[in-house]
Ligand binder design. Structure first.
Ligand code: CU
Length: 161
């Protein structure tokens, strides 16, 4: 949430700066017209995968910002490095954490959702042997409207390094 909104706030600031400079000075590099030429989209930031042991499932994290005017619904994910890749959420039950399968996650229009330790995550059930800290694997997110979003996820160790 916070990452997404600060990103949007940053874009807003750039627009304000571009607009105020346009009247006084020669065009800056980041002009209003170059910004509006970019189509609104789903933007994935801060992707990473935590691997603990090759024999254990690995967890994938990211923030997804929805810059469009319509809610987006994430319905699945896949990766050649993961075998089955599930949408999961960690829930607190008394003193224990439990993971539940999630069918869909809605990213509200002009909002964002973070997949982070202790909450939503991708669960890479059958991590490939090549999934070692320092490597990167391709993950594709699948949305209800048929859209797909692919991105390389850096692999980190149990401490997130
Ligand atoms: Cu899980």
């Amino acid at each position: 949430m916070k990452v997404g909104s600060s990103l949007l706030a940053g874009l807003g600031l750039m627009l304000v700066l571009a607009a105020s400079r346009a009247s006084a000075a020669p065009a800056p590099i980041c002009t209003a017209s170059s910004l509006t030429a970019v189509a609104p989209a789903l933007v994935l930031t801060d992707p990473w995968i935590r691997t603990i042991l090759p024999s254990l499932p690995a967890s994938g994290y990211f923030t997804l910002a929805n810059q469009t005017d319509q809610d987006a619904t994430l319905i699945g994910a896949s990766s050649p490095g993961c075998g089955m890749l599930m949408l999961n959420r960690t829930e607190r039950h008394g003193d224990n954490d439990a993971m539940v399968d999630v069918d869909a996650v809605t990213i509200p229009a002009h909002g964002s959702v973070s997949f982070a330790p202790g909450g939503y995550h991708l669960m890479c059930m059958d991590a490939a042997a090549s999934m070692q800290p320092g490597s990167r694997i391709l993950i594709t997110l699948r949305f209800k409207d048929g859209q797909r979003l692919s991105q390389l996820f850096p692999v980190r160790d149990a401490r997130g390094r």
